[in-house]
Design a binder for this molecule. Sequence first.
Ligand code: 5U1
Length: 671
Amino acid sequence: MSQAARAAWLRDELARHNHRYYVLDEPEVSDAEYDQLLRELQQLEIAEPALCTADSPTQRVGSAPSTAFDSVRHPAPMLSLDNALSDDELQAFDTRLRERLGTAGTVRFSAEPKLDGLAVSVIYREGVLWRAATRGDGEQGEDITANMRTLRCLPLRLLGDAPALLEARGEVYMPVAGFESLNVEQSRQGLKLFVNPRNAAAGSLRQLDPRITARRPLEICFYALGALEGGPLLTTHAAALAALRNWGLRTSPEARLVQGVEGCRAYFADLQQRRATLPYQIDGVVYKVDEFADQERLGFVSRAPRWAIARKFPAEEARTVLRAVDFQVGRTGALTPVARLDPVLVGGATVSNATLHNMDEIARKDICIGDTIVVRRAGDVIPEVVRSVPALRPVDAAVIVLPLQCPVCQSVVERIEGEAVARCTGALRCRAQRHEALRHYASRRALDIDGLGDVIIGQLIDADLVQSPADLYSLPRAALAALPRMGDKSAGNLVDAIAASRSTTLARFLFGLGIADVGEATAAALARQFGNLQALSGATAEQIELTPDVGPVVSRHVTAFFADPLNLQIIARLREAGVQWVEGEPTAGAVLPLTGQTFVLTGTLPTLSRDEAKARLEAAGAKVAGSVSKRTQYVVAGEEAGSKLDKARELGVQVIDERGLLELLAAVGAG
Ligand code: 5U1
């Protein structure tokens, strides 16, 4: 046998063993035998590099670290799923379906667990793995091909008769056992622990260095066909899953066909009962109408198909005792009361801390220290204290009091009339606020400083090297290299990443400043409205309120931020350090074609999502209100429009549909 033929045989053989091990769970050879075959192939490829192909199992960790993920457009939008939170909602889903399909009989569903992971799209061209991407906003995601190639359960080449093009969709997740050993390793290295398997999976997939992803125990399970060209004719979801399996892609071994709502309920009850024994975390069950012809007739509403639904498991609750309450200080100084509890098992995880949200919530739920309380944990959400059990209140139960001074920096704690949140007034003088402010400034959607994570920020603050974001730009490389577990190379990379953040946009900079209640969208709206920082920092609360979607609370936070001399000093120092963006002319006061006109959106529009319609109207200067009044000029009504449509008719407000809206936008030059 020639060397080329031997290499081809080894590639096929290794792919076959991979499939038997990861997909069928029926290994045929030992790990040592597998490694021996892999090593033989590696040696052949080293001796004769031309023998090395892109789908060779030696090429899983092929590419060097990148600096960013490219954005890619999905061949067809990646949809989201509607939720059913009760049996009644599931029943209503089934009734809706049968009405639309005009059938009195039972509908056949394909049922499977809803894995708690990250949705991805994987494309094979002529059978070879071509591209993998995150879901992103459903239309566009990030190209994570290099990272996905490192998943051993993902074939680099499809088995059997491969179609010309296959896009398969699935969930990347981290099995519980892998998650636990990863956290043991993180802790051994003094690194931050992952909160749950989902976060660990997300963090692992978003690594710029595929070698790190390769070390993480990630798996994938496919649940749908995205696009298929030159493949077999598939008429049901069950047949599509079988085809994916035959091509060597993993699908859920728990997938079943069930009949009608009764079948769905029985499947749900069975899985709920076995949930804790499954090797991965799930947060519910997904039901899909099995017949593709029926799926097509049912179509979509907004971004979710009418033919599928996720029946979520209810949040799990348990009783325990509240021993103490600490107050945590967040980025904007907000004090969050955190309950310290006797550890209790809730939904497969031990909970010893839970949020009490704020003082109003504590009063409303009538909670005292010493109380027996009910704690709830649902999916990713931070565990929360739901209620107390007053009948079990001990005689020495203590009332929870808001501290007068910040527990971190001793500054005065202030509670503004009408706001539920109490805040530390220390701003960046407070260590906790400083830490969170730096973390926020460096975050991906703000100044995007790669490598400046939580641990390093803590070390920089502890070493008194950084008081505010402005100090980042004068950090000497040697001082960074001297931090624990840093080293000269990483220090150099961090200095470069900090330097690269100097060039930014006004919207990112404003967001990065971390003004209370100024999220990404508000920062972008303020940047558009004012064009430059000087105009915004000198604006009155009334002027700021003219910005679309900005109300009195946000405008008060913005003016308070720019009234604090410390903040102005930090901004001045950031500019001196070379942080810059393109300044523009303010659009405030500019008269756009629909300025002064108020629209109300109701029901589902055939092609535009509500967010899109709102964004297009606002871009043309219109205001989009939540309720119909005499001041409303137009109500844009879609399918299943509700009481707003009745109100519009009652008040004689003009009602238009999506086509009318698009015509109107086109007519004013905003189409
Ligand atoms: N198991 C499963 N998860 N999941 C998620 N099936 C499934 N289907 C989905 C999503 C978003 O979407 C379908 C509409 C394809």
